[in-house]
Design a protein around this ligand. Structure first.
Ligand code: GLN
Length: 586
């Protein structure tokens, strides 16, 4: 053992001058943490994050400490400035980090709060290398991709391992093998595996098996080439997960196996699944969890009793997915309605609430750019409830206001999120309080009644990166309101935020006189966080993004309330719990 440690020590060095340069956090103990790398080949969008989070869940169930990390190739410092249409939704962590939607997958699957340590972009890596260069940390040396940039990547991974005391760090590399952007991440991984020594790292390659309709059979060539490309980077995969529309046949798996020297029991068939929450059991059925434990030689660390308990809970949940559920339709009114990924957390939160209440939810996308006073009723006639989601800018805003008005006047269950909350305030101000010119200064800076205006703390900020009111904040609930009941009569609740505008405090009195109830406020400032209409079956809005904290086994109460109300509307003859009872039941 001592000899092996010496060998490991000999290939990593903290001197910036050495070709073995590999900074290691102080107190780091090699061998304590194992690393699982998840890479994609052939195409992107294979579900690396889903795969990685499901495998991590199986390990966590076994009592192991897991820490996921996503490495993004792009040069942005975070995902905050990315268009959700191009890149999927921006997921906000409790500490305010704006990151990739995969972090949401990890939080939901692991039922765990993550932090900025779990998200890395090339922008962050280079920023810190360049900072160190200016600071004189590499004095006398030309700063190179290898060993300095790769060293920075390894440092981030080991820092996470140290900080979380993880048994396993799960590393997901964005993009596919062969991209210029992530090549240095892959190189850093190869080095890390070398430095950490045998049985410390496990490489998983996700690949795609084509099945062209004209041929009617599965073709593995593209997958073989993708894996070959990975092997050319000096990485021998231990596990190959074959994604495909249908179960991957024996012949295709054999080809992959012989081509890549990965034994058949580690070449998995991973066909499309109706729900991501069924994937942990697919991996379990393939015995992948135990294969990984064996590869990493950590079988002795697991707690099978814990696993039995956790797995029983999970199966109760997945049984409900497969149960006969009642159909309802929820409309989502928004700008990015053509891309489901832009609303990933909302879709997930609806799914969680639906599963808990026995509702099978169809989503109707309502493109608000085309909605006006004349056509709103025909567009919303067949929905049982609506969500007006977050958004920025002018496009579609008037359509959202029309949808909100329709929901208010027609007793249609309504949930407004962030921008949707602001639209509800504007609609109420215009049509109930008689402030005809009410608007947000985000849309019309010169409007006569700016009921929504910029937050005072935002006024002095310049530029657009990472400087909104971001992250988790406490909300003080008002007693005897729907929100208070929904949250189990809690005094305060915590939700996540991402906004620049708020209800202008000078309008609060007018709005309240009109009958709007602000049932949640920021504890120390007059920032309105939740609104509701007491005489409506379910009309509630929040300045926060409650979808970000909904979890499969603990659905978010506002979503539960919406779905329960929608169920009641659709099936009035059935004895179903009201929104508040529904949450209590959950
Ligand atoms: N554009 C609004 C604001 O900045 C709402 C933001 C959002 O919906 N995330 O306040």
């Amino acid at each position: 053992m001592a000899k092996e440690n010496d060998l490991l020590a000999s290939v990593s060095d903290t001197s910036t001058d050495s070709e073995f340069f590999s900074p290691v956090p102080e107190g780091y103990k090699k061998g304590r943490t194992r690393y699982i790398f998840v890479l994609g080949t052939v195409i992107s969008g294979l579900g690396k994050g889903i795969f990685s989070s499901c495998l991590a869940k199986l390990m966590q169930d076994k009592g192991l400490k897991v820490a996921p990390i996503k490495l993004e190739g792009y040069l942005n410092i975070d995902s905050g400035t990315l268009n959700p249409f191009r890149h999927g939704e921006v997921f906000v962590l409790d500490d305010g980090m704006e990151c990739d939607m995969d972090l949401g997958t990890y939080e939901r699957m692991l039922n765990k709060k993550l932090s900025r340590d779990n998200f890395v972009t090339s922008g962050q890596v280079f920023k810190s290398v360049l900072y160190k260069e200016r600071h004189g940390d590499y004095l006398g040396r030309d700063v190179q991709m290898i060993p300095h940039v790769t060293g920075e990547v390894k440092l981030k991974l080991r820092n996470l391992a140290m900080k979380t005391k993880a048994d396993i760090v799960f590393i997901e590399i964005g993009g596919t093998v062969g991209d210029l952007e992530n090549a240095y991440y892959i190189e850093a991984m190869r080095q890390l595996a070398y430095e950490e020594g045998p049985n410390s790292c496990c490489f998983v390659a996700l690949t795609y098996i084509l099945e062209p309709e004209t041929l009617g059979e599965q073709k593995s060539k593209a997958a073989q080439l993708g894996i070959k490309q990975l092997m050319q980077c000096g990485i021998q995969p231990h596990i190959i997960a074959c994604r495909a529309t249908n179960p991957v046949n024996e012949k295709a798996r054999q080809k992959i196996s012989i081509y890549s020297s990965v034994p058949m029991e580690r070449v998995l068939s991973l066909p499309d699944s109706a729900s991501v929450y069924m994937i942990p059991s697919m991996l379990r059925d393939a015995n992948l969890d135990f294969q990984v434990l064996k590869l990493l030689k950590i079988e002795d660390r697991i707690n099978l009793r814990n696993e039995r308990k956790e797995w029983a809970k999970w199966c109760d949940f997945t049984d409900k997915i497969e149960a006969d559920r009642k159909k309802i339709t929820i409309g989502i009114t928004g700008k990015y309605t053509s891309v489901r990924d832009s609303y990933a957390s909302i879709i997930n939160a609806l799914e969680h609430a639906g599963i808990a209440l026995g509702a099978d939810i169809d989503i109707k996308w309502v493109p608000t750019g085309e909605i006006n006073a004349e056509n709103v009723s025909e567009n919303l006639a067949d929905v049982d409830g609506i969500i007006v989601p977050g958004g920025f800018g002018t496009r579609g805003a008037e359509g959202k206001i029309q949808c909100t008005k329709y929901a208010r006047e027609n007793n249609l269950p309504f949930l407004g999120l962030c921008f949707g909350f602001q639209m509800a305030v504007i609609e109420f101000a215009r049509n109930v309080c008689g402030l005809k010119d009410a608007n947000t200064t985000e849309i019309n800076g010169d409007c006569k009644e700016p009921v929504i205006g910029i937050l005072p703390e935002q006024k002095k900020i310049e530029g657009l990166g990472g400087n909104m009111r971001l992250g988790g904040r406490d909300i003080k609930l008002k007693q005897d309101t729907i929100a208070w009941e929904l949250f189990g009569k809690a005094e305060t609740v915590r939700m996540r935020f991402r906004h620049r505008y708020e209800v202008d405090p000078i309008y609060i009195e007018t709005l309240e006189k009109g009958g709007l109830v602000f049932s949640g406020k920021a504890p120390e400032h007059p920032i309105m966080q939740i609104l509701e209409l007491p005489d409506h079956p379910f009309f509630i809005g929040t300045q926060a993004h409650p979808c970000l904290t909904s979890r499969p086994l603990s659905p978010q109460p506002m979503f539960v309330g919406l779905v329960a109300s929608a169920m009641k509307k659709r099936y009035p003859e059935k004895k179903l719990p009201g929104p508040v009872d529904a949450v209590k039941k959950v």
